[in-house]
Design a protein around this ligand. Structure first.
Ligand code: GLN
Length: 304
């Protein structure tokens, strides 16, 4: 399979395609990113990297970080986590408050904002220095020290994060948040603000391609069972209320963020990451989704 040619061709085709998406404006700092940024990277289990466009430029990973948070929290407390967060698709937008009251403060899954906020609460209860340890965990998965929080993005989200604050307050009332509300929001905004390249994102997600083992040093990070479950959660919930379309059209577990990144995992062969900041109505990258759909069609690598 000539992955480089396939990626180059897709990059060329979609660089000039009509883009009906819109940049996320509710986080003012994200508005500053040029809308025409576009990168694709594929990283294989054989340690080969294929990239096109802006795949070595940093992007705001936003909700993609929720996968690292879940992984680290499962390492810390294991199965107990599922008493406080569900595993069902929400069918609602990532920041919707609607189900949370009916379901008594237990978020549907770890990838909507409410779920990730509970996961952050768990990390705070279990880690000595949550921010430092979180960043070190992501650096370890990526095999790179060059990964940082963006404090401007943190400040921007804090200033306008009324809905996230509403989520934490509601869950605190239902006793599903144990720590101080501001401390939970602070960790959540920090993990969302991390900046990575498409190539770093693909590389860091390879543990989910490799049954929980880091390919570069063969260290087991999570068990086979946990790795499978995280992939299952990404398949069902990783693209929020568009997860069904993503399974239907792309056919791989994946996770998106409002910075315009999408990571998709083939649980045997590769990770692929796309970046194009303009989002569709569900908050997922408009062009990224199309590129991934065409990629799995051409390579016949949907898992179904
Ligand atoms: N930080 C963003 C928020 O809380 C993350 C959302 C996303 O990427 N879907 O709204």
């Amino acid at each position: 399979m000539d992955y480089q040619k396939i990626i180059d061709d897709l990059h060329l085709k979609y660089k000039n395609a009509v883009n009906k998406g819109k940049i996320a404006t509710y986080i003012p700092e994200l508005k500053k990113v040029p809308a025409d940024k576009f990168g694709i990277n594929l990283f294989t289990l054989q340690n080969q990297s294929f990239g096109a466009g802006d795949y070595q430029e940093k992007l705001s990973i936003q909700s993609i970080s929720k996968v690292y948070a879940l992984t680290l929290a499962l390492k810390e407390i294991g199965e107990k986590l599922w008493k406080r967060v569900g595993v069902e698709p929400s069918g609602d937008p990532f920041n919707s408050l609607v189900q949370l009251e009916f379901e008594k403060g237990i978020p549907r899954n770890p990838f909507i904002n409410a779920g990730a906020l509970v996961v952050c609460d768990i990390l705070i209860s279990n880690l000595k220095s949550p921010k430092v340890e979180f960043l070190n965990f992501v650096r370890k998965l990526t095999n790179s020290k060059d990964i940082y929080f963006n404090e401007k993005v943190v400040a921007s989200e804090k200033k306008y994060g009324f809905v996230n604050a509403a989520h934490v307050n509601l869950m605190k009332a239902f006793k599903n948040i144990k720590n101080d509300i501001d401390v939970v929001l602070d960790l959540y905004y920090h993990i969302c603000s991390i900046e990575m390249t498409c190539e770093e994102l693909s590389r860091s997600f390879l543990i989910f391609t490799n049954d929980g083992i880091l390919p570069y040093n063969k260290e087991r990070i999570i068990s086979l069972s946990v790795s499978k479950r995280i992939n299952a959660s990404m398949q069902l919930c990783g693209l929020y209320d568009e997860a069904g379309q993503f399974a239907f059209k792309v056919g791989l577990p994946g996770k998106s963020g409002v910075g315009g990144g999408i990571v998709a995992i083939h649980p045997d062969l590769y990770c692929i990451t796309t970046w194009s900041p303009k989002l569709n109505k569900k908050g997922n990258s408009y062009i990224g989704f199309k590129v991934l759909e065409e990629f799995t069609t051409i390579t016949q690598s949907s898992i179904f």
